[in-house]
Design a binder for this molecule. Structure first.
Ligand code: SF4
Length: 295
């Protein structure tokens, strides 16, 4: 695997309240080979011309160890926003596992998102980390239909594998939920998908679903998406062009109704969906050793 140079690894997040309480963000790898047709990380602003090739940052764990040891504030570290940290190299390389060990040793928290069921390998570390700080795991799932997930996320484990991972994490006592981002107009924005997503979330022990009823599209990411629509969904590209033109935010035409259905179903099953409620729940649900020792 190719290595790339990196001067720093952790970046400070100014607005933790908008994204799962992440105080810091980091990506251990660059690029991702899950091949999701809608992936925003292909956009030109991220300057990654070979996004489908996974590269690892050189000496990334040494860099992380140095940075964690120097931080005064022991916050929650977000992993996996720009590339899935459980790619197929991770099984052997254990870079993510190494990073989690450091996060544990320095008593930081973790907020991780992935489409891979390899995440269950690290349940032992999540349980260790939550003795001292906060842990939240998000499985990204956009459709309940395995066949469709193979088309829109071709190289990621299918949706049912991700639901199984949620169950394993939840059963072990790790605060876990679903990122249902994006909801693709004319593909996954239907009541059946939304209702079944909430039902399966409940059945598998997910504590929350965070969603966005649409997809954002720009520059070469849009080109890649349209190219795939042409291959797999006849006439859909024309429909997108007609409805959205060059718009960045392509919101589902059904969103008001879907939002209503989604909230109703979440309330029925006791699934959280508001960002502030999710953050509050995971940051108060774990009885940490340091908190307990205060009493
Ligand atoms: S898993 Fe995430 S980073 Fe990887 S291609 Fe899919 S959306 Fe992009």
């Amino acid at each position: 695997m190719k290595e790339i140079l990196a001067k720093t690894i952790l970046t400070k997040n100014k607005y933790p309240q908008y994204w799962f309480g992440n105080d810091y963000n980091m990506n251990l790898y660059r690029g991702c080979h899950h091949g999701c047709i809608y992936c925003d990380s292909r956009s030109e602003c991220y300057q990654n011309d070979s996004f489908d090739t996974v590269m690892v940052k050189k000496d990334v764990l040494t860099l992380l160890q140095k940075e964690l040891s120097r931080k005064r504030k022991k916050g929650v570290v977000g992993i996996g926003a720009m590339s899935d940290t459980y790619n197929s190299f991770e099984k052997e390389l254990e870079i993510t596992r190494g990073a989690l060990k450091l996060i544990r040793d320095y008593h930081f928290g973790v907020s991780l998102e992935t489409k891979s069921d390899l995440v269950v390998r690290d349940i032992d570390l999540f349980l260790d980390i939550q003795k001292y700080n906060d842990v939240i795991i998000k499985l990204s799932i956009t459709t309940v239909d395995d066949q469709l997930s193979k088309v829109i996320e071709p190289y990621a484990p299918v949706s049912s594998q991700r639901f199984r991972a949620i169950k394993q994490l939840s059963d072990a006592g790790v605060f876990t939920g679903i990122l249902m981002h994006p909801v693709l107009p004319f593909i996954t924005d239907n009541e059946e998908n939304i209702k079944e997503m909430v039902r399966l979330a409940y059945q598998n022990g997910a504590k929350f679903i965070h969603t966005y009823f649409g997809v954002t599209l720009r520059d070469r990411q849009r080109d890649y998406y349209y190219q795939n629509l042409e291959n797999d969904f006849p006439n859909l590209k024309d429909k997108y062009i007609k409805h959205y033109g060059q718009r960045y935010q392509c919101l589902s035409k059904n969103r008001k109704h879907l939002e209503y259905v989604f909230k109703k179903e979440c309330q029925k099953y006791g699934i959280l969906y508001k960002m502030e409620d999710i953050i509050h729940a995971y940051q108060t649900s774990q009885n940490k050793i340091e908190q307990l020792s205060l009493f």
